[in-house]
Design a protein around this ligand. Structure first.
Ligand SMILES: [Zn+2]
Ligand SMILES: [Zn+2]
Length: 265
């Protein structure tokens, strides 16, 4: 995703891969406070979870919780990405800026690779901050596997935006460990996420490992998970998703926006 910030910055670029004028790419103190504050709370919850593991069954429970967190966080990023890609606009309450950011990312996907770490991830960490605080406050009453699951799943979901950024970088820009993790399928690969960046942006929404993408997309079948969900939403509310149409960026006042035309009945 790309933040469509309007605050002033000297970090404007003019090149073939242009960056919007006024786009803030560096990490501010606020970005760092949100990201490191949330990480500290989630780390405390993780440590509390490990301190509550005392025997072999507890160790097995901890391992299962961490594994579940890894797979479920990938699924959750897919659901969230699908939602903000397809419904609402920049004026939608609460998530409007996220929706605008995802649409901006489809138009200029390279911007994400220019962002500093906290700048890139702070929008996902921000709602996780109060959630992490509540989980930590409730931790005396939580069993160890739940503490480990909540801390790991929340952190991976927040970090998905960095995994996403890495999937847009050239191999030469990546740390060898990140490159190896992408190659092993532990993190979403450049190829897997690249498949999302084809209009009308109708699949490959998961951005932790991408494990769920082939399962949810079902090879682009109309019976795939998201197509079924979209028909259900349309039947219940009358609202059709953006991916049923060619991209329409006119609401962002982009001068060369393609004409809108429905793709599927
Ligand atoms: Zn998208
Ligand atoms: Zn992307």
């Amino acid at each position: 995703m790309a933040e469509a910030s309007s605050s002033g910055s000297s970090e404007t670029r003019t090149s073939k891969r242009s960056i919007d004028e006024g786009e803030v790419l560096h990490s501010t103190f606020e970005h760092q406070a949100i990201v490191y504050g949330t990480t500290a709370l989630l780390s405390a919850l993780l440590v509390k979870g490990f301190s509550d593991v005392h025997d072999l069954p507890g160790t097995i429970g901890a391992a299962v919780a961490a594994l579940l967190a890894y797979y479920i966080s990938d699924f959750l990023t897919g659901i969230y990405h699908w939602g903000v890609d397809n419904y609402g606009d920049g004026d939608t309450p609460i998530v409007g800026s996220q929706i605008a950011a995802f649409q901006g990312h489809h138009q200029k996907p390279w911007t994400i690779t220019e962002r500093e770490f906290c700048n890139n991830v702070h929008k996902v960490f921000k709602p996780a901050l109060p959630f992490a605080a509540v989980c930590l406050l409730a931790s005396p009453w939580l069993p160890a596997p739940v503490e480990l699951f909540l801390s790991t799943a929340t952190f991976l979901t927040c970090m998905s935006q960095q995994f996403h950024a890495w999937s847009h970088m050239k191999k030469s820009q990546l740390h060898p460990i990140v490159d190896a993790l992408q190659g092993a399928g532990v993190l979403v690969s450049r190829k897997a996420h690249g498949a999302h960046h084809r209009a009308p942006f109708e699949g490959n929404y998961c951005i932790v490992s991408g494990f769920w993408n082939p399962i949810l997309d079902a090879g682009g079948s109309p019976d795939g998970f998201f197509r079924r969900l979209e028909r259900f939403v349309a039947d219940c509310t009358g609202v059709e998703p953006r991916c049923w149409y060619e991209p329409d960026y006119s609401w962002q006042e982009t001068p060369d926006a393609p004409l809108q035309g429905k793709l599927t009945p």
